[in-house]
Structures are given as C-alpha cells and as structure tokens.
Design a protein around this ligand. Structure first.
Ligand code: FAD
Length: 569
C-alpha cells in the first residue's frame, strides 16, 4: 500500500528498470518498488508470438509517441513506438540481440566518462545473458547459424538464441556467397557480438528457443523472482513526478503517482529514486519535477529545483527505410540476415565523403546548437561529431545496417545509417504529467544522414544484382526503377526516402552520461548532477548511438548500474 516506505523506487518496469530492481532485491534487507504504467503481458499473444512483430503496435501496450512535423524529414509526423507493459519496450521489440562495436563503447570514455569502455562493459553483456547454444536444437541444422562461445554468457537471466522458425533451407549460405561476390566483398562474420560487427551475420534474438516464445525483461528478470518479499511491483500506476525533501541538498524522498483506481498519492523512498521510464519519458519526468531548463520549465509554471538546461537534449534516433524485391521462391519460415558494411564498403568514394564531412562538422555543430538555443555548445558538439567521424572513418565501425528478410514471395529489406549526426530533443508540453511531450528528433537535419541512407539503398540494389541472389530474385517492387532510377543521386532518392522512412525506434541520450560542463545530465554513476539520490538508468543515458540494436547495450548498462548502486550500499 502507498503508506509503506521503500529503500529504492524504480520508475518504469521496462527493459532497464527490471534489471536494476532484480539486482537490488538480491539483497534481502533492501526493499524495492517498481512503478509501471502498463500491466502484465505474460499471456498476451501479441507479445509472446515470435512471429508477431508489429501485432502490438497501436494497441494499449504501445505508447505510440508522436513527433512534431519533421521539418527536414518530409514534414511528416512520425510515431515512435515504446512498450507500455511490465517489460517495457522489450515486450514489443524485434528481439534482435546485437551489441555495439568495441570502439563505440570506448568512445564513451573518450568523451569523458571514466571507466565506461568496452572492456568494462563486456562482462555485463555476458552477465545478463543465458545463451542457448544452437547445436542443441536440431531445427537449426542447415540454418547456417554460428557463434563464438567466448562472447557469450550462459548463466544470466536473459535467454538469447534462435527460434524454431529460423529458415534452414540454405538461403543463408547463398546470401553469404552473394556478399562475397560483391565488387567490394563483405565477409562472413561468425559472431558479431564480440565487439567486431563488420560483415554478414546470422544474429541471435531474445527468444526462448525451447518454447519458441519471446524473451523479454519481465520473463527474464521479474517473473522467476516475483516471490521475493522485498521486490514489489505496482502495475497500471503512472508516475507523475519526484517529490523532494526540504533542505539545502537536492534529495528526492518519493514519487507522486496516480494509482490504477485514479487516486493520486505519494510513495516514499528512503534511499534513491531511479528513473527508468525510457528516453522519451525519463527526461520529461525530471522536467515535471523541476529539473531542467528554467526557460522551458517557467513556461509551464514549474519552479526550477535544479538548472540543468540539457535535460531532454541530444536526442539521437535513426531513420529506417526499406526496398522490396520479388522472390522466385515462397518462404513460410522466417529469418533476418544482417550485414554491417564499413564506410570503405558502403561509400564508393569514401575518402572524399570523409573529407567533405570533416569540413562540414563545424557547420553541423553550429546548426544543432542554434536549434536548441545553444544549451549544448557548438564547440562541444563539434568535439562529439569529430569522435563520431573518427569512429566511422578511422576505427571503421559499421556505417549502415542492412537487414534482409524473406517473407512469402517477397524479399523485404530494411536499412539505416547507423550513426546519424542529427540531434533533436524532447520536452514537456504542460505541467500535466499525462500530457504528451513535444518530441522532435530532427530527422534528416544534416545532409550526411540522407547520404548514408541513399548509399545503403544503392548497396542493396548491388546485392540483388549479384549472383546467386540475382537469379533468385525478380523485380524491385519498391521503390522500383521507374520511381528511383538506377542512376539516381541523393536528390533522386530524397523523395522516396523522406516520404517512406520511419523512426528506427532507437531514441537515446536525452539525459546523457557526460561531464556536466559539456552538457551531461548524469555522471558516471548515472546520478543526476546536483542531486544526492536520483539516477537515470535507461536508454536516456547512452551518450552516442550504437551500431547494434539497443536492447543488449541497455541490459548491460543496467546490469552495471545495479553493481554501481550496490557498491554504494
Ligand atoms: P523501456 O523498456 O521502454 O521501459 C520504460 C518503461 O517505463 C515502460 O515499461 C513504460 O511503460 C514505463 N513508463 C514510462 N513512463 C512511465 C510513467 N510515467 N510511470 C510509470 N511507468 C512509466 N532493440 C533491440 O535491441 N532489438 C530490436 O529488435 C529492437 N526492436 C525494436 C522494435 C520496436 C518497435 C521498438 C519500439 C524498439 C525496438 N528496439 C530494439 C529498441 C529497444 O527495445 C529499446 O531501446 C529498449 O527496450 C528501451 O529500454 P528502456 O529501459 O530505455 O525503456
């Protein structure tokens, strides 16, 4: 009941929140409460069905956040999906389990986050993982899946592997030959989860291979532990804002919540409040609590408790497009084949592209800074952009992701530039905690982002022109050569890309972990600067976009955060 007092309150029972709640409640004398706006989806077929991607979209377990009209992105309002359920977005995501490139995580440290590098994070990827070795499952014979045991954890809560619907008819091997036959070949990568992602791979998913059901944060980190008497979850409970202790220090003493029966009350925390409401909610909860940019807060009559003007800034997402081709075979099993080309593989003239981009970085930084009223400085942004440039053109991180999915008599592809430079923001629109936030990712604000999207589309056309794939596929049905000619440049592709993209659903960095003087909101222990006991542990703290998919990195960051918090007990 709401009169009780908890040691820790975790706001948001999603991907990150349940990791932290689980690990903290391993200490029997510590009482943890999770506040979750959604309900249980344990028996929801839209969640459990491993072939059901998309079925939950637009249902009551999808926040379906709306962006502003995207000025540079075709004037379109985009829907950014996110799970509203115990398990959060892990209950509706694509289940792809792909980590980041070593150099990308090392860049977190280079940007000023001491101790946050690949070497230190790698054990936490493994700690959370319960890898299900494919050789145990005969349905994977012929599927082509491979792995390196050194990269995996086998004793963690989160099941990772392949499902019984994985296609095993030799298509994977034909893809491999096709990639090798490209003018600029892409080599097979046996296991992209060890920090080197470049190449073509058959990646694992968050799935229970035995039962063929989705593995999500609740199934991994909550349900098997729900009998712990010190682990509490309030479902269908909306967190409105933090409450503060009187006094000089900025110390949270609880959370104002609206319960499922409609009553609003305050629940008390004696140690800490941990925000894990996702990158489009955690910054807004800080603003509703008086932590943010005073110019924005005062518009809505909110007194500033702490002036941190970068709360809600640095929003980075990716843009997702697709090309479709006829398949000469009909497929009734599923598989997604991923390739991660480097800049040298994706851009025919990569040195020139790199040089041109380098020249543009000061202008890019000035544009982003001016768009957010200079709360992030052009100088700092330019430094971050140069780190990103070095990652692409010196460290050779993947510059795009290409997914190929056979489906019926179609080859679907999805693709995105891995590390767009555009940065937007998310801010509250009202002091009413149930009001929709103003979300502006500024898709396509900077022209390199369109260029990467164009080159990825061209690269896909090359794949379908290369044997053996060329003979296995028919016409390009979308956009089709009559709509975007084979010779089309960036301009020729622009309409198709900007009218047909969607959010890649990877928003991050809205309460970035960075030094305060360069715009950080949380420090390296994920504590909000200036507070004594408020942390953010979710996608919001990730300072730079990663090339893999977010969940693996988020699980690892949350595992590490839990250790950091426990060490301070
Ligand atoms: P979440 O998991 O979203 O958790 C936030 C939680 O807070 C939610 O449960 C929410 O209901 C709750 N909450 C929010 N506001 C409040 C409030 N005021 N009060 C109480 N509770 C609140 N990543 C991959 O790695 N692989 C994929 O295949 C993949 N596919 C994706 C497909 C889709 C459609 C989407 C949307 C995302 C996908 N992602 C994928 C991204 C990944 O799933 C997310 O980045 C990740 O799950 C986010 O974790 P989080 O902890 O930051 O937030």
């Amino acid at each position: 009941n709401s009169d009780s007092k908890y040691d820790y309150i975790v706001v948001g029972g999603g991907t990150s929140g349940l990791v932290v709640a689980n690990r903290l409640s391993e200490k029997e004398n510590i009482n943890v409460l999770v506040i979750e706006a959604g309900g249980s989806v344990y028996n929801n077929p839209n969640v459990t069905d491993t072939l059901g991607y998309g079925k939950a979209f637009g249902t009551d377990i999808d926040w379906a956040y709306k962006t502003t009209e995207q000025e540079h992105g075709g004037g379109i309002v985009q829907t950014v999906r996110a799970g509203k359920a115990l398990g959060g977005t892990s209950t509706i995501n694509g289940m792809v389990y792909l980590r980041a490139q070593t150099a990308q995580i090392d860049a977190w440290e280079a940007a000023g986050n001491k101790g946050w590098n690949w070497k230190n994070l790698f054990p936490y990827f493994k700690k959370g993982e319960q890898f299900q070795s494919p050789e145990k499952y005969s349905f994977l014979d012929g599927s082509g899946v491979t792995y390196d045991p050194a990269y995996h954890g086998f004793n963690g809560p989160l099941k990772v592997g392949w499902s019984s619907t994985q296609l095993n008819d030799g298509l994977a091997q034909k893809m491999n030959t096709t990639y090798k036959n490209l003018d600029v070949p892409v080599q097979f990568n046996k296991d992209p989860n060890g920090g080197d992602m470049i190449g073509y791979s058959l990646y694992p998913k968050t799935v229970d291979s035995e039962l063929n059901i989705r593995e999500d944060a609740a199934r991994a980190y909550y349900y098997p532990y729900q009998n712990r008497t010190n682990l509490h979850v309030w479902l269908n409970t909306h967190a409105n804002k933090l409450t503060w202790k009187d006094g000089k220090d900025v110390t949270a003493d609880g959370v104002e919540v609206t319960l499922s029966n409609g009553t609003t009350t305050v629940v008390k925390a004696s140690r800490e409040v941990i925000l894990a409401a996702g990158s489009l909610k955690s910054p807004v909860l800080l603003e509703l609590s008086g932590v943010g940019n005073p110019d924005i807060l005062s518009k809505y009559g909110i007194d500033t408790k702490l002036n941190i003007p970068t709360v809600g800034e640095n929003l980075q997402d990716q843009m997702n497009n697709g090309l479709q081709f006829d398949a000469k075979t009909s497929y009734n099993m599923s598989a997604d084949y991923v390739s991660y080309p480097s800049a040298a593989q994706l851009f025919p003239n990569h040195t020139a592209v790199g040089n041109e981009l380098l020249r543009k970085l000061p202008a890019y930084a000035a544009k982003v800074a001016s768009a957010n009223g200079n709360v992030t400085s052009a100088r700092d942004l330019q430094r971050f952009f140069k780190i990103q440039w070095d990652l692409i053109f010196k460290s050779g991180i993947p510059v795009a992701e290409i997914l190929l999915e056979p489906s019926g008599t179609t080859y679907d592809t999805e693709y995105w530039g891995s590390v767009p430079f555009s940065r937007g923001n998310v801010h509250l629109s009202s002091a009413d905690p149930t009001a929709a936030a103003i979300i502006d990712p500024k898709y396509f604000m900077l022209d390199f982002d369109l260029h990467a999207q164009v080159e990825a589309a061209r690269f896909i056309r090359e794949i379908f022109k290369t044997e053996p794939f060329a003979s296995m596929s028919g016409d390009e049905t979308s956009p089709g050569l009559s709509s975007v000619a084979a010779s089309a440049g960036d301009e020729g592709w622009s309409d198709f890309i900007k009218q047909n993209y969607r959010s890649n659903f990877h928003p991050i960095s809205t309460t970035a972990m960075l030094p305060k003087e360069v715009g950080g909101v949380v420090d390296t222990s994920l504590k909000v600067y200036g507070t004594s006991n408020v942390r953010v542990v979710d996608a919001s703290v990730i300072p730079f976009q990663v090339c893999g998919h977010l969940q693996s990195t988020i699980y690892a960051v949350a595992e590490r955060a839990a250790d950091i918090i426990k060490k301070q007990l």
